[in-house]
Write a protein that binds this ligand. Structure first.
Ligand code: GAL
Length: 694
């Protein structure tokens, strides 16, 4: 019997193989259809039907053992792989590849009963209990030990199973437990700070602790930013975010190391590049994954869900450094975790899936295969809904499988863009911190607005991290980049000096990496580039809308600034309010390039008009036919000319559209020349004629 609170002895008996096997990179020679499969929820008879129907729809990659811990280790010293062996063999017999979960996502009840210290603790000191999922503290040494023991068993058993295609570490690491405030986390946070700063005085400097009598005498006095009476120290909160992201990455790395010692196959974990996850800095995570995999669910509560999907797909491609990536989860229909779970309209499943494909995914997987009958997700959609195969969902899923099978030469093609958009997780943490000038300004909304304007203007966008090389782009867009290092701002300035065009939006460049304001006027790090000095920001009260001066119309809301021109000229001015006549948009010739500044929160049409002007000035042409309701995206062969290029057209609108193209359309098999008609709500994919390739 394992003693409560004592790590079990057998967990230290890990035997590492002498040599790690050679790595096999992630590769697929055609786009894959896949899903999460939870056979432990079903009797064996159902498995036979499952594999038959998987073959029918064309499923080739199945994630299993994601929540398998309680099944394969039902008691501390008992492992039972019988059912999982059968499932893997069955899938293999039917030619279906396995994306194998390490199984550590959710500890079983015996574990949290024996080791209650692994349970996460919230900001207010209250424990988060088992009974849901992911009830573990990322810094818990006990959890680390026990989870790695499990991974050792799983990896050594299945590392060379013939069905295996890919390893799936844990599940959505940090989805529920990203920030833990328990004593083990406090200790780990102090360790992390010691490594980062060495000296307590450096922490005091970085966090500005001379404010409110917060000076620390030693590392031992530091706690995680637990619930305070007033606003906690922003530097402490920012470092806690950095620390927490690294703790979860460390769990991934620890599991991946065990897997890699036993198996040559690629290892990844499903990221959550969505509007709902901001706790992990995926720019730091990405280099550690053998292939980037993402989960994305549409949120109908957002202003423009289709644009948000496109942004997430472009950001995922950015994390993948342009290489193909895997959509590890999305939904055939409604989810179960929004207040009202909107079902997809006819055609929406295809549009959503193909939008990811167009933006670089090489595998499209759904959560989940068969809709659960019990548990918290029983009303979540699935490939095989409660209604069974006589359903619109099944028919549309079959259609998607057919489209994927018609694209054998798509895999490996890539998306390229002339526009880069700078996005940073640590800026997101800092920019949305309490006590900022206006809580009406929300960082992600600002990013979405800029992205939506670019998408509506019909241009492709690469999402890059601050400091990324900008060679090869014509335009860089920097939305609301409040926190930026000098070196990162310099990359944008050098890009413009060398002939690039930049559009920076308000409240950018304000603080350095320690959240310390740059003196001398805003926008701090971008002042010289933009040729303006902002003396004071003037946020607008909720509901206040001010016109822009001039006949071209447009309004601003939420944000204005008292801008002084220091070399720039005013492009648009405020038409009313206390700052009437002050610049709202400026433009500055810098070196051989041009730097634009939006000093106010422009309405979507005014922002789009500005973006179109910026793009035209930089010589970036939109994709013909593209617009707010019509996505037109190209995937090109790499190296150029080594295979066909593809043109994806997604018509989100209520009317048919015509797009110029020549080649063969994949969904209908028809020849296209010189225009492609795309019915309302439909997707079309053209394998372009050789002379159309660019
Ligand atoms: C994901 C998760 C899946 C499932 C899905 C439902 O966050 O990885 O296990 O819960 O959401 O939308």
């Amino acid at each position: 019997m394992v003693q409560v609170g004592t790590p079990p002895v057998w967990s230290r008996r890990r035997v590492e193989p002498a040599e790690a096997p050679d790595r096999t990179p992630w590769r697929t020679d055609h786009p894959l259809l896949g899903c999460d499969y939870n056979p432990e929820q079903w009797p064996r008879e159902v498995w036979q039907e499952d594999v038959r129907l998987m073959r029918e729809v064309g499923v080739e990659l199945v994630a299993v053992n994601v929540f398998g811990w309680a099944e394969i280790q039902p008691a501390p010293e008992r492992f039972d792989f019988g059912r999982l062996d059968e499932v893997l063999d069955l899938l293999h017999e039917h030619g279906i590849g396995v994306n194998l979960g390490t199984g550590t996502a959710s500890p079983p009840p015996w574990l949290t009963t024996a080791y209650p210290q692994v349970l996460p603790v919230a900001e207010d000191g209250t424990t988060r209990w088992p009974g849901g999922r992911q009830a573990w503290c990322p810094s818990s040494p006990v959890f680390r030990e026990l989870s790695l023991e499990l991974v050792e068993r799983v990896a050594s058993r299945y590392g060379r199973h013939p069905a295996l295609r890919l390893w799936h570490v844990s599940n959505e690491l940090g989805g529920h437990n990203a920030l833990c405030y328990c004593d083990a986390s406090a200790e780990a946070f102090r360790r992390w700070l010691r490594e980062r700063y060495r000296d307590i005085e450096a922490v005091n400097q970085a966090w500005g602790t001379s404010f409110w009598s917060q000076r620390y005498g030693s590392f031992d006095e530091i706690l995680p930013p637990r619930l305070t009476l007033s606003t906690p120290n922003p530097g402490q909160a920012l470092d806690f975010h950095r620390f927490s992201s690294e703790e979860l990455l460390a769990q991934h790395q620890a599991e991946a190391a065990v897997v890699r010692a036993h198996s040559p196959l690629p290892v990844t974990t499903n990221l959550m590049v969505t509007a709902h996850q901001r706790d992990m800095d995926y720019w730091d995570w990405a280099p550690h994954l053998d292939v980037i995999a993402n989960d994305h669910y549409l949120d109908h509560r957002l202003a423009d869900p289709a644009a948000e999907l496109a942004f997430c797909a472009d950001l995922t491609r950015g994390l993948a450094q342009g290489r193909p990536w895997i959509l590890m989860e999305h939904a055939t229909g409604a989810v179960n975790w929004q207040p009202v779970n909107i079902a997809k309209q006819p055609g929406e499943l295809l549009r959503g899936s193909v939008a990811h494909l167009a933006r670089g995914a090489d595998a499209l997987c759904f959560f989940q295969w068969r809709a659960s009958r019990q548990g918290a997700e029983k009303f979540h959609s699935a490939m095989l809904p409660h209604a069974g195969t006589d359903s619109a969902t099944w028919r549309e899923t079959i259609e998607l499988g057919t489209i994927l099978r018609s694209l054998p030469d798509l895999a490996g093609t890539q998306v390229s863009a002339q526009v880069a958009l700078v996005f940073s997780y640590e800026n997101w943490w800092a920019a949305d911190a309490p006590n900022r000038p206006s809580e009406l300004v929300v960082h992600l909304e600002q990013v979405h607005q800029a992205y939506a304007a670019l998408r509506a203007a019909g241009v492709g966008v690469d999402v890059v991290r601050p400091g990324a090389a900008l060679e090869g782009y014509r335009v860089v867009v920097v939305p609301h980049l409040y926190l930026v290092r000098d070196s990162e701002a310099a990359v944008v300035a050098d890009f413009v000096a060398d002939g690039g065009h930049a559009l920076v939006t308000f409240f950018s460049g304000i603080v350095d990496e320690d959240d310390r304001v740059r003196p001398g006027g805003y926008p701090g790090a971008f002042r010289d580039l933009l040729g303006v000095t902002v003396e004071e920001v003037h946020p607008l009260a909720e509901g206040v809308v001010l016109p822009l001066e001039g006949t071209s119309g447009g309004t601003v809301r939420r944000w204005t600034e008292r801008v002084r021109l220091d070399g720039a000229r005013a492009h648009r001015r405020l038409g009313a309010g206390p700052l009437a006549g002050h610049p709202a948009v400026t433009v500055h010739e810098h070196g051989t390039g041009r730097a634009w500044y939006a000093a106010a929160d422009l309405d979507p049409d005014a922002l789009r008009a500005l973006v179109e002007e910026v793009l035209a000035g930089a010589g970036v042409d939109p994709e013909p036919g593209a617009g707010p309701l019509v996505e037109v995206v190209r995937r090109r062969s790499v190296p150029a000319g080594s295979g066909p290029d593809f043109l994806f057209v997604l018509n989100h609108g209520p009317d048919p559209v015509l797009v110029p193209a020549r080649g063969t359309e994949v969904c209908t098999g028809q020849d296209v020349d010189p225009t492609l008609e795309v019915p309302a709500g439909a997707v079309r994919i053209v394998r372009l004629a050789a002379e159309e390739q660019s």
